[in-house]
Design a protein around this ligand. Structure first.
Ligand code: CP
Length: 308
């Protein structure tokens, strides 16, 4: 049962609980009337201290489709954070007005802190370069829908693996599935953080670190492209030097399997050429839509209104 639970880190939900969420999201995707109005009278607070298109809009669309309502802010400049109010006090207030809180914040650990001061479930919509667990729900639902399974797959992560919080959350979660191999393709400076590698090793998960995308392509069932995270760099020159290290184009995708799927949490900058959008292997826009269905399933579950 997920009723009343927060989602701060991927490990907060078991594989069995994730499976239940995916089944619920699949029912909603097949029948958009399923669970409609089940959240009537419930309020969702969306507190975004950093920019967002997909996460905020898909959460708000999810809550509205469930018949609930939303309140909140899309940037901290319109909240009393600019007057110096602490995160703890902001959360105390939001949790006295709403039935659940979705929060994005630039500081690693902010969602954990929020969950400690909240009387209602807190969903982490991204905390700095740390985690983004509802993007992981989106990614796994997409893989399950398009490939029919999450086990026995080779998944390549390419780009900014140091700051890419979606990579951190997804790789840690995939490590709990069976026969998963992960290839981490990045320049040395943007390698996966040691704490994630340590986690994968502890679970005996097979992984390799690479620098060359073309060489890795033929092996992959899933290619997960990522943007170089300009906002997390200390030095603009480093960003400019690294930003176009990998660009997926027609020549590179030609080395991939026919049944490969290309995912990207989005937003995309230059790392996937627009010519790839019409390739049947490009799944990133479908992925963004699955994000809304899985967030509907999540909200219905933590608010305790799911039908089963
Ligand atoms: N994938 C994702 O988090 O997108 P936004 O930054 O637009 O929410």
């Amino acid at each position: 049962m997920l009723k009343g639970r927060s989602l701060v880190e991927p490990k907060d939900f078991s594989i069995e609980e994730l499976d239940g969420l995916f089944q619920l999201a699949e029912k909603i995707e097949k029948d958009e009337k399923y669970l409609r109005d089940s959240c009537r009278g419930k309020l969702l607070a969306t507190l975004f201290f950093e920019p967002s298109t997909r996460t905020r809009l898909s959460f708000e669309a999810a809550m509205l489709r469930l018949g609930g309502s939303c309140l909140g802010f899309a940037e901290p400049g319109s909240s009393s954070a600019v007057k110096g109010e602490s995160l703890a006090d902001t959360i105390r207030m939001a949790s006295s007005y709403a039935d659940a809180i979705v929060m994005r914040n630039p500081k690693e650990g902010a969602a954990l802190l929020a969950s400690r001061y909240s009387n209602v479930p807190v969903i982490n919509a991204g905390d700095g370069g740390h985690h983004h667990p509802t993007q992981t729900l989106t990614d796994l639902l997409t893989i399950r829908q398009l490939l029919g399974k999450i086990d026995s797959l080779t998944i390549g992560f390419c780009g900014d693996l140091k700051f890419g919080r979606t990579v951190h959350s997804l790789s840690k979660t995939l490590a709990h599935y069976n026969k998963i191999k992960m290839l981490f393709i990045s320049p040395l400076e943007l390698n996966l953080p040691e704490y994630i590698k340590k986690y994968l090793k502890k679970l005996n998960c097979e992984f390799e670190e690479k620098e060359n995308l073309e060489e890795s392509m033929p092996e992959l069932d899933v290619l997960y492209m990522t943007r170089v995270q300009r906002e997390r760099f200390f030095n603009e020159d480093d960003y400019i030097r690294l930003k176009d290290t990998y660009v997926l184009d027609s020549d590179k995708i030609a080395c991939g399997k026919e049944k490969l799927i290309v995912l990207h949490p989005l937003p995309r900058v230059n790392e996937i050429s627009v010519e790839i959008d019409s390739d049947p292997r490009a799944a990133y826009f479908k992925q963004a839509k699955y994000g809304m269905y899985v967030r509907m399933a999540l909200l219905a579950s933590i608010l305790g209104v799911e039908a089963d």
